[in-house]
Design a protein around this ligand. Structure first.
Ligand code: PRP
Length: 213
């Protein structure tokens, strides 16, 4: 099994686009890939084993070497700062991180509260702005925080912008653009150099082609 590659795939919104990309690159993923509740899926013909992980955990599996490769959003990479290499910008699941809040409101002057799923990114951002803030870590539905008075602002992902609009929030600052990346464990990259380089070549052809259209 040593010539197999293990790839940590993010469950949820990136999953479908990532699976499409692999299929476009010629990997024959079975139909059960998209529907199954299995957390480990082996594709014998391709010598690929997939681990289906929570997006925020993908770099953890890769750093610890239980997955050779992973597909992770740049948001997760910035937040987690794991010891892994980024091999390729897959240019899928484009979105951005932004500061948002209720319209026409100023932040509290003393220790304004910022609700976010990204405490490290948010803390670094406000530190750079020279603002002292209190970070409140939430795990989802971040947009609730300013509405119910838990926080002055949120730092969160904006994709279509619908969640902000439908909850009466506005964007104040754009922090950073996000796409998904192919990441690798540094030791795997040395030991399994050949199959990994092949996979990167196949994926980058698809990514480059899509970028030119
Ligand atoms: C993400 C993000 C925003 C929303 C943005 O949440 O945290 O809430 O998507 O997308 P939009 O701009 O297209 O509306 P997700 O759906 O992943 O769920 P969460 O609330 O559990 O974080």
């Amino acid at each position: 099994m040593s010539n197999w590659l293990t790839i940590a795939m993010p469950k949820g919104r990136i999953f479908e686009e990532a699976a499409d990309l692999l299929r476009e690159a010629g990997y024959a993923l079975p139909p059960e890939f998209d529907e199954s509740r299995k957390l480990i899926i082996e594709v014998e013909a391709e010598k690929l084993r997939f681990i289906l992980a929570k997006p925020m955990d993908v770099p953890t599996y890769v750093e610890h070497g239980v997955a050779d490769l992973g597909i992770a959003g740049k948001d997760v990479m910035l937040e987690e700062e794991r010891d892994v290499y980024e091999l390729l910008d897959l240019r899928i699941s484009g979105c951005y991180l932004a500061v948002a809040g209720l319209p026409n409101t100023k932040m509290n002057e003393v220790a304004p509260k910022i609700a976010t799923k990204y405490p490290n990114v948010a803390a670094a951002y406000f530190r750079e702005q020279g603002e002292q803030v209190e970070i409140i870590k939430l795990n989802g539905s971040i947009e609730l925080a300013p509405i119910i008075g838990l926080a002055d602002r949120i730092v969160d992902i904006v994709s279509t912008g619908r969640t902000l609009v439908e909850n009466g929030l506005v964007e104040y600052e754009r922090i950073v653009d996000i796409t998904s990346r192919l990441i690798v464990n540094p030791v795997s990259y040395r030991i399994k150099d050949e199959p990994i380089t092949q996979l990167v070549d196949r994926l980058s052809k698809v990514v480059t082609k899509a970028g030119m259209m």
